[in-house]
Design a protein around this ligand. Sequence first.
Ligand SMILES: NC(=O)c1ccc[n+]([C@@H]2O[C@H](COP(=O)([O-])OP(=O)(O)OC[C@H]3O[C@@H](n4cnc5c(N)ncnc54)[C@H](OP(=O)(O)O)[C@@H]3O)[C@@H](O)[C@H]2O)c1
Length: 261
Amino acid sequence: MEHLSDYSHAYQILLVFQLVSSIFVVLFLFYKSAPYGKFVTKGFGPVMPARPGWVIMEFPAFAVILVMFYLGRGWENPAMVVFICIWEFHYIYRTFVYPLRLSKGSRPMAIAIPLTGALFNSVNGYINGYEMFLSPDAAVKYDLSWFLTPYFIVGTGLFVAGWIINQHSDAVLRSLRKPGETGYKIPNRGLHKWVASPNYFGEFMEWLGWAVLTASWAGLAFAVFTFANLGPRAYKNLQWYREKFGDEYPSSRKAMIPFVF
Ligand SMILES: NC(=O)c1ccc[n+]([C@@H]2O[C@H](COP(=O)([O-])OP(=O)(O)OC[C@H]3O[C@@H](n4cnc5c(N)ncnc54)[C@H](OP(=O)(O)O)[C@@H]3O)[C@@H](O)[C@H]2O)c1
């Protein structure tokens, strides 16, 4: 059992690290825009094409939790099997499908983005995998009755709703450029009518749903970090649209959460 306590120490340290780093991330991203897409600028080192950048960034999220699932013999527990399916449903798409669907006109990203993203995804995969599959009370907490708890039902509903919003909003953005185009236009369909970054809103809802459906500290840390990461980006996106398109851009639109922010 000694090896399990090693995993537990790493889990505790990394959980606190992720929560504390959310504070720095939110402050940094309000101060400086993450250097990719609309905001790619000089001064953040070399850049790389967006497609391989996304694969490098997201692969640890796909892989690390699978290792934790294997170490915790998660396949013996139906709730754990459902958790890994939900997680991988998102990350198989994000790692291997989303990059291929990106328009060829997508801007490059500073290499610092996939590298820091891969670090975050490794830590996040570890803490979520540990708490869900390896921690001493996981098997007791997540028995068959978990499927009937309000946590699981409400959380799964939030996750699914967030996924639909995220997919639809990304699809609207993809449809804006004709083949060969690289410029930016005003998106007007779906939740884009209400906020500048509905894809981020959907992503945040997904991970808030994950936090609820697993009722876990690691899930909560992930949802907090997602907001810290995407909230300031959505705010910068809104400012960017207003500056670029002026009066053409509807003044009632918020940044990320309809009517709120
Ligand atoms: N979990 C997390 O913390 C996290 C972090 C980051 C991203 N994500 C998710 O990853 C996905 C992509 O994120 P992102 O930050 O790259 O989103 P984004 O800035 O909205 O860009 C998505 C794609 O749409 C294009 N695009 C954006 N605005 C456009 C416009 N006005 N006109 C034409 N094309 C436009 C972009 O091209 P350019 O590249 O040329 O700008 C890019 O190809 C989202 O679903 C997001 O939720 C998750």
